[in-house]
Design a protein around this ligand. Structure first.
Ligand code: SD4
Length: 316
């Protein structure tokens, strides 16, 4: 049964769902719910793949991507590859509310965050540095470089190999290891918002920005239709704007479950080995999810029908 207000987020990140739901339940806005839910995951370092201290790049540094979308005004803000600032979702909201830009990246995003009063701090932890050291010790050809078929052992720093024609397929075989939070919410006024937060892909080439901060890819929301948010192999997914695709599919009459499946199917046609998932909600609170490349995709939901936070599963 559809019901609003509603919050849905990727994975079993139920602390985030609980936080977002408590805001919606006390008449808070969808934007507040989305930002607060993402922030909880950043602070909890959800699965080591949201917030500080995870997914070190080739140089061992953790960088953050986040996006916030207001489906009422279609105003959006995002940060990509942001360094040394923990609160990626809150900074994305500042980009949305305090600038006319949509996406700030790298050191520029950091400087903006500092001007907005955020604290600069090292995002590395013992955990992220251990991961990085293990990676360097067991140095394999770096997946993210096009040198994979090359038998010569290779770890960063990145050197482009113009002679190689190989294309990456998916480095996201084990979905347990890289779980972006994506949240979609509808508040008491029927206003819709969506957002994401992640530390991206492990051992990425420095400078890499994933799908999560890209409007239409990591998330999308339009008040008169609904919203969606995706997680998974961002280097592949951003080529298809799956969240935009799903929202458009609903516009043309598909229900959320079918819209989710359509967005995933299009990617699979080109990249049968990709791993990823998407959550979709329409403006009435009907919801659905679809996934590919692993067994089951858990996602979390709260609305007044359930009266509590539930974890549901999509079969992939
Ligand atoms: C990325 N989409 O940066 C993110 C990672 C992710 O589940 O979602 N993992 O590619």
């Amino acid at each position: 049964i559809p019901s609003t207000p509603v919050v849905i987020n990727t994975w079993a990140f139920t602390d985030s769902t609980t936080k977002s739901w408590s805001i919606l339940n006390s008449n808070g806005s969808a934007i507040d719910a989305v930002v607060a839910g993402c922030t909880v995951c950043e602070q909890n370092q959800c699965d080591g793949t949201v917030g500080y201290g995870g997914s070190p790049d080739e140089n061992g540094e953790t960088t953050l991507d986040a996006l916030i979308i207001d489906g009422v005004t279609m105003n959006m803000g995002a940060v990509g590859h942001m360094k040394r600032i923990k609160d990626a979702a809150k900074v994305a909201r500042h980009v949305m509310e305090n600038t006319k830009h949509t996406l700030l990246v790298g050191d520029g995003a950091t400087q903006f965050a500092i001007q907005m009063g955020f604290k600069e701090t090292d995002l590395s932890t013992n955990y992220s540095l251990t991961l990085w050291n293990q990676w360097k010790t067991n140095c394999q050809p770096n997946f993210w470089n096009n040198v994979r078929p090359n038998p010569e052992k290779y770890c960063g720093p990145y050197k482009p190999n113009p002679s190689s024609k190989s294309k990456p397929t998916s480095n996201f075989v084990d979905m347990k290891n890289h779980d972006t939070i994506g949240i979609v919410a509808i508040d008491h006024n029927g206003n819709i918002a969506a957002g994401t937060s992640t530390n991206g892909a492990k051992f990425k080439i420095p400078g890499r920005v994933g799908d999560s901060p890209i409007p239409g890819s990591g998330a999308y929301a339009m008040n008169n239709i609904g919203a969606a948010s995706a997680t998974g192999d961002g280097d592949i997914m951003m080529r298809f704007l799956p969240s935009f695709h799903a929202v458009q599919a609903m516009k043309y009459g598909h229900n959320p479950k079918d819209a989710a499946q359509l967005a995933i199917n299009t990617i699979v046609q080109y990249y049968p080995e990709f791993s990823g998932a998407i959550i979709v909600v329409d403006k009435y609170g009907h919801y659905g999810a679809a996934c590919h490349g692993f067994d089951k995709f858990p996602y979390s939901i709260a609305n007044s029908n359930f009266g509590k936070v539930m974890v549901l599963y999509a079969e992939c």
